[in-house]
Design a protein around this ligand. Structure first.
Ligand SMILES: Nc1ncnc2c1ncn2[C@@H]1O[C@H](COP(=O)(O)OP(=O)(O)OP(=O)(O)O)[C@@H](O)[C@H]1O
Length: 488
């Protein structure tokens, strides 16, 4: 649809954009990224013919841009500019109707039924139909942005060029606008080329990205190739972290405020942060910790300050136990956004915990263990509803900075150590009579302060893994012995 070859251009003979080449297929959403002053708008101006090139070529539908008359070009390409502060006092509908200009024929440019239908349709699509009689002055920045989008769409272009289209839009209209563009690209074959400052939106919606650096192409490709931590940090001269979107396989970048980095001074794990009653064991950290857990509340990845292991009666049964647990925590003055909550029928006096302090990191392990519902994971068989409640709840709280791999390996290491403890205590699956590997309701929490020394891994060959393995093993043995009355 568009082919750009070795394009250079700028102002007053000075090249701003230099030797840029790329091609965009029909129906593609193509994003242009780059820091302020990197030449994005200059490139867009050259694509729309507002600024002539100094070198290279732009071909639109296999015809050189230079061979198009202004009217021919307007029938193919529409431009949504950045909003200007001054507008004429047109009404919304009049402004949108200007988009039909390139398609009107004859000396008197009569307004046809088709023109009216198209204008009404695009006003409805962009959510501005309700303002159609209002003067443009009366609208907010975001509303004006949508009116100009409607004007561009009224032009019924094959190619739409946009300079930061989400600039004035609130979150919901950003999504609506990009959803609409994506839909038009997919269903009507509209080709969209847009400048983005928001890397995450660009990553979510674009098929291809062009990253400009000082007027030149730094990289052209799929969003996952462009949105790499090291690349963005080097081109934008900043410090962003990349993580995956929680629901779809798309990269997301987060900025890290300088002040917060300074505030993230080291902390010292303290046993006094653990409190205990017959009803709950509670660990309260003065800072939010990054967590990965299978808690009833706060499961998966998160940042949490309070960890609760709540004692429930062995007959505890609620249809919606998450809701009941949430209500219980709220009644105890806890914030559900900051809390990981687990349950156990084990008496909480039988808890075992251990603080292990090493030179540059520390680990606090807390275990409650009941094995009435012990299970041999290698032995599949039908199990009746559990009449012998148990559960081994294991918390591993690390004062260090863990990579994602280290979180996952900490779960593996803790699980292996727990299983070894069950073997040592010869705990058996009451159904299969074979050695048990865990119970049917075990839960685990890995928490890390994300301060101080960085651990990329925590498998059993690492110092951290060895501390976790030994600590979980010893605490599980101790908790089991207490639970069986073998120890006080
Ligand atoms: N009309 C102009 N005359 C002279 N120089 C200009 C003109 N417009 C832009 N420039 C210069 O060209 C360079 C690139 O500007 P451009 O607007 O293309 O950058 P951009 O990547 O779109 O930046 P931003 O993210 O800030 O919008 C800048 O150094 C700018 O000062």
């Amino acid at each position: 649809m568009i082919e750009v070859n070795n394009l250079s251009g700028g102002y007053h003979g000075t090249p701003i954009v230099q030797q840029v080449s790329f091609s965009v297929r029909q129906g593609e959403l193509f994003g242009i990224l780059g820091p302020n002053g990197s030449g994005k708008t200059t490139l867009l101006k050259m694509l729309s013919g507002i600024l002539s090139s100094q070198q290279g070529s732009v071909k639109i539908k296999e015809k050189s841009l230079k061979q198009y008359t202004a009217k021919e070009l307007a029938q193919v390409v529409a431009v949504l500019p950045q909003i200007l502060s001054q507008e004429f006092s047109y009404t919304v509908k009049e402004t949108v109707a200007l988009g039909r200009y390139a398609h009107q024929k004859g000396l008197f440019r009569t307004w046809s039924e088709d023109d009216e239908a198209i204008v009404q349709r695009v006003m409805a699509q962009t959510g501005v139909a309700k303002f159609q009689k209002h003067s443009l002055h009366e609208l907010s920045g975001g509303e004006k942005q949508r009116v100009y989008l409607a004007q561009s769409l009224a032009q019924q272009p094959e190619i739409l060029l946009l300079d930061e289209p989400t600039n004035h839009l609130d979150l919901s209209y950003q999504k609506d606008l990009l959803d609409l563009l994506k839909k038009m690209a997919k269903e009507c074959g509209l080709t969209v080329i847009s400048i983005f400052h928001d890397l995450n939106l660009a990553g979510l919606y674009c098929d291809q990205l062009l990253l400009l650096e000082k007027g030149k192409v730094n990289k052209l490709g799929h969003p996952s190739e462009i949105l790499k931590e090291h690349r963005i940090n080097s081109v934008y001269n900043t410090n962003v972290k990349k993580q995956s979107h929680p629901q779809i396989p798309k990269p997301q970048m987060s900025i890290l405020p300088e002040q917060l980095q300074e505030e993230m001074a080291k902390i010292k794990l303290n046993e006094a942060w653990l409190s205990q009653s017959a009803e709950m064991i509670r660990f309260e950290s003065p800072i939010p910790m990054r967590t990965l857990s299978a808690g009833v509340i706060g499961s998966g990845w998160g940042w949490h300050r309070t960890f609760v292991n709540r004692h429930v009666d062995k007959d505890y049964h609620y249809e919606n136990h998450k809701e009941e647990m949430g209500q219980y925590l709220l009644n105890n003055g806890l914030d559900l956004n900051e809390t990981v909550g687990m349950m156990t029928a084990v008496h909480l006096k039988d808890v075992a915990f251990q603080l292990i302090e090493k030179e540059d990191f520390s680990v606090f392990i807390v275990v409650t263990a009941g094995v009435g519902n012990a299970v041999d994971a290698s032995f599949p068989c039908r199990r009746m509803t559990n009449n012998n409640p148990g559960t081994i709840n294991t918390w591993v709280i690390v004062n260090a900075h863990l990579a994602d791999e280290a979180f996952v390996q900490a779960i593996m290491t803790a699980t292996e150590a727990k299983t070894k403890a069950l073997f040592s205590k010869k705990v058996k699956d009451p159904v299969t009579k074979t050695l048990a590997t865990g119970t049917s309701t075990d839960s685990v929490l890995i928490a890390a302060s994300q301060r101080g020394v960085h651990f990329p891994y925590s498998g059993t060959s690492t110092e951290l893994g060895q501390v976790i393995g030994q600590g979980v093993y010893e605490c599980t043995i101790q908790a089991l012995e207490k639970n069986r009355g073998e120890r006080r």
